[in-house]
Design a protein around this ligand. Structure first.
Ligand code: ZN
Length: 158
């Protein structure tokens, strides 16, 4: 079964999942760094290690769910999504990071700017169908190759 091209994807849905993956990646790093500091300062509180185990279990589940949904939003098949969700259970952080970087690449190729937390709210209109890729203005009612009334950009046809 053929995969979808970039032009057939729901980019807004992908942007939402990309943002969730980016936030999850940052959350994991923050907890790891905190855990390293806790061990450096020799905090022998058993609650911290229980907390870390609970966090690790949560990470696996969240990573599997996020990786599956992001993979589906990138137009891959159900089977491929399930396979990657399984990988995410084994190595949650790396799979989450890899899927987040692939999704970010697709979004940038589609004209969106991505920051630390994914595509910003000001930028999301630029990847909506029938909106200007430069400024996000709605192109409803305009001719295919007519320039944007807001920013004068002429759509590129490739
Ligand atoms: Zn424009």
């Amino acid at each position: 079964m053929a995969q979808k091209t970039i032009f057939e994807l729901d980019l807004v849905r992908l942007a939402i999942w990309h943002r969730r993956c980016s936030i999850a990646v940052i959350a994991i790093i923050v907890v790891w760094v905190s855990a390293i500091f806790a061990s450096i300062y020799n905090i022998n509180n058993p609650n911290i290690s229980y907390g870390l185990w609970a966090f690790h279990a949560l990470t696996m589940l969240v990573a599997a769910a996020f990786v599956f949904s992001t993979h589906r939003a990138m137009g891959y098949s159900l089977l491929s999504g399930l396979l990657w969700a399984f990988f995410a259970l084994l190595i949650p952080f790396l799979v989450l990071l890899s899927i987040s970087s692939t999704a970010g690449l697709i979004l940038r190729l589609s004209g969106a700017k991505t920051g630390t937390f994914g595509v910003s709210k000001d930028n999301i209109d630029r990847i909506r169908p029938h909106h200007c890729r430069e400024c996000g203005y709605s192109r409803e009612g305009l001719e295919l190759l007519q320039e944007c009334p807001e920013c004068r950009r002429v759509p590129q046809v490739i």
